[in-house]
Design a protein around this ligand. Structure first.
Ligand code: PEP
Ligand code: MN
Length: 339
């Protein structure tokens, strides 16, 4: 809409869109209001819309995903968590914690040390998607309880994974951010349910998914009404075994070009090897990631899952100021630590 368009003009456009058999969504922006049109599968005849009062132009969205595209909304999506952490703004968010929640001492201990180091979000799986059915599957509700206790003690926000639709409601009761894992990126019923859970979603890129598929998966969540989606690059299955995965940092740049959603990088799964995590975390911040999510364990070699990539809290503590320096070099900063 034109910058001087009146609310009545917006209403008139919405009415016409409805008459055409579609749904209109006002998108308030810094300069002007945009109106998104959804419900069409293909090109829409814009003839009835262009001449309406207050309309500046009709822009066809050329991507198969719409609501998550930059064409739909140019302003970045900024997500504020209850503990004040802002994701997708100028500052880079640090999320850290063990792969799996193992016991109270472990999760509370890690929570205290990552908070001390400057992280503001605690990660930890209570439900684990394991490649082998015989591997540790997570503590379930008890793990969620332990995460909630660690949050109460430290003020950290909690990000944790829901594996399936049945378990999602329980996870959403405890989590500040709902994690959808790489293996579930194209589990469309889970994506739809996540879009109705009422909390922000961290959507991890599938290990063989294209950026386009990642954005379409995000579109599933947003189309159910949840606009607070954080994408996560966590490495792809490659041909080379020098690392667990190939961390695609170009995806950070591509996502920022194609979408208004924030993207964080997981250099732990992205490399699978402890010594490779800090350099790739630094590279991710340099590439423009809106956050970093790192596996940290008090006794990394004894970690019940993903031991090879787990970092010791001391190493993590050393890394954070390096990330801050890199963020500052590109006119950003880290999200302020909790006081
Ligand atoms: C995890 O975060 O521990 C995890 C299982 O990640 P991914 O889904 O990326 O493999
Ligand atoms: Mn893990």
């Amino acid at each position: 809409m034109k910058h001087n368009a009146q609310p009545a003009d917006v209403d008139a456009v919405l009415r016409v869109i409805e008459e055409m058999g579609y749904e209109g969504r006002p998108i308030p922006g810094r300069q002007r209001v945009a109106i998104g049109l959804i419900g069409n599968d293909g090109k829409v005849d814009s003839g009835r819309l262009v001449a309406l009062e207050g309309v500046r132009e009709v822009i066809p969205v050329t991507q198969p995903y719409k609501q998550v595209s930059r064409e739909w909304r140019d302003d970045p999506t900024v997500i504020e968590l209850k503990n004040g952490t802002v994701i997708g703004g100028r500052d880079v968010v640090i999320m850290a914690g063990p792969c799996s929640v193992e016991n109270e001492e472990q999760i509370s201990g890690v929570a205290r040390s990552i908070r001390e180091a400057g992280a503001t979000v605690l990660r930890g799986g209570a439900f684990k998607p394991r490649t082998s059915p015989y591997a540790f599957q997570g503590l379930g509700r008890e793990g969620l309880e332990l995460l909630a206790r660690a949050r109460d003690e430290t003020g950290l926000a909690v990000v944790t994974e829901a594996l399936d639709v049945q378990g999602l409601e329980m996870v959403a009761e405890y989590a500040d951010i709902l994690q959808i894992g790489a293996r579930n990126m194209q589990n469309y019923s889970l994506l739809r349910a996540a879009g109705r859970a009422g909390i922000p979603v961290l959507l991890k890129r599938g290990m063989s998914a294209t950026v386009r598929e990642l954005l379409l998966a995000a579109e599933y969540i947003v189309s159910e009404g949840e606009s607070r989606v954080i994408l996560c690059e966590r490495g792809l299955r490659g041909f080379d075994d020098h690392a667990r995965n190939m961390l695609d940092l170009t995806a950070v740049v591509s996502v920022h070009e194609l979408s208004h959603l924030p993207i964080v990088v997981d250099p732990s799964h992205g490399t699978g090897i402890r010594t490779k995590v800090p350099p790739m975390a630094r590279a991710a911040v340099a590439a423009g990631a809106d956050g970093i999510i790192i596996e940290v364990h008090p006794d990394p070699d004894r970690s019940v899952s993903d031991a090879a990539q787990a970092m010791h809290p001391d190493a993590f503590q050393q890394l954070v100021p390096e990330l801050r320096g890199i963020a500052q070099a590109i006119d950003r900063d880290l999200v302020s630590p909790l006081d």
